[in-house]
Design a protein around this ligand. Structure first.
Ligand code: C5P
Length: 221
């Protein structure tokens, strides 16, 4: 079996930043499953379908191709060959993705695609249900958390750097609401797998977290 490293956790805990560095250090493929749910949400928006219209959303799934391509900043995401890397991070997509991600058929479809990707090579995958559902046999499972205050601060700085408008209190409320929706949905809610190791990044630098997780991985190899 290929090596599989699952990194789950709530919004803006640093999963993708850490996973990209680990993937580059280890020479593994990195798969951002949140980007896949975001891309489906963008396809729904572009098709002018109401996010609440479950059957229309599901009908659309067959028409959605999602591809990743590596680049200097990590990777780019394509919806039917159209580069949507920046667009899937807009506030509208961020605020509606949890609704689309809660639909059973959306999850079945994307989990299948994610498992296919994991067959191809050693992989680091981040998301909400990787350790519990997508890759239950992953050799390393990390549950990455940080306080809501710190996660909102990080998102605030990211948004400002990208020239996006940001209000700290709004970001805090949005993050808390998304955590609530992701943790309380019926199918594959955000939850720490029994065999996942909890890593709290509050007050820690990226380098410190990478060092801690690298030690956990080395221990298993
Ligand atoms: O990781 P990111 O914040 O980009 O994920 C966006 C959203 O996609 C999450 O808030 C969640 O609703 C959904 N998601 C999911 N399962 C995953 C990854 C993301 O439901 N494995």
């Amino acid at each position: 079996m290929n090596w599989q490293i699952a990194i789950d956790g709530p919004a803006s805990a640093g999963k993708s930043t850490i996973a990209k560095i680990l993937a580059s250090n280890l020479g593994y493929i990195y798969v951002d499953t949140g980007a896949m749910y975001r891309t489906v949400t963008l396809a729904v928006k572009r098709a002018h379908i109401d996010y609440n219209d479950e059957s229309k959303v599901i009908e659309l799934l067959d028409k959605i191709n999602i591809d990743f391509e590596p680049d200097v900043s990590g990777q780019r995401v394509f919806l039917n060959h159209d580069d949507v890397t920046e667009e899937i991070r807009s506030n509208e997509i961020t605020n509606n993705v949890s609704q689309v991600a809660a639909y059973a058929d959306v999850r079945t479809d994307l989990v299948e695609r994610q498992r296919q990707l994991a067959q191809e090579a050693n992989i680091i995958m981040d998301g909400r249900d990787i350790g519990t559902t997508v890759l239950p046999l992953a050799q390393v499972k990390i549950f990455l958390v940080a306080s809501v205050d710190e996660r909102a601060q990080r998102r605030y700085k990211e948004n400002m750097a990208k020239g996006m408008t940001a209000n700290l209190e709004t970001l805090k409320a949005d993050i808390a609401l998304r955590d609530y929706k992701d943790s309380h949905r019926a199918i594959s809610p955000l939850i720490q797998a029994d065999d996942a190791i909890l890593v709290d990044t509050t007050g820690h630098s990226i380098e410190e977290v990478v060092t801690e997780i690298t030690a956990i991985i080395n221990d298993r190899q």
